[in-house]
Design a protein. Structure first.
Length: 74
């Protein structure tokens, strides 16, 4: 999978991986279909941050979830 390619499949993959990594209890509320391909670069930035961290504080998780919520609301 080449995440440099902006497509729906990659976008959905990144959202699912972020949800898994964050162990989101409300993961059902964060459906990949709620995000637009126009937000691909922003989602990729969030994905890269989440995937490079081995541990995250509660405040970091909250900030990431908040950012995803903001992106979803566009």
């Amino acid at each position: 999978m080449n995440l440099n390619e902006k497509n729906r499949e990659n976008l959905e993959f990144m959202i699912e991986q972020i949800k898994l990594k964050l162990r989101m209890a409300s993961g059902a509320a964060m459906q990949p279909s709620a995000f637009s391909e126009e937000q691909y670069e922003d989602i990729r930035d969030v994905y890269d941050i989440v995937m490079t961290k081995s541990n995250m504080s509660i405040s970091e998780v909250e900030a990431i979830v908040s950012e995803l919520g903001r992106l979803r609301g566009r």
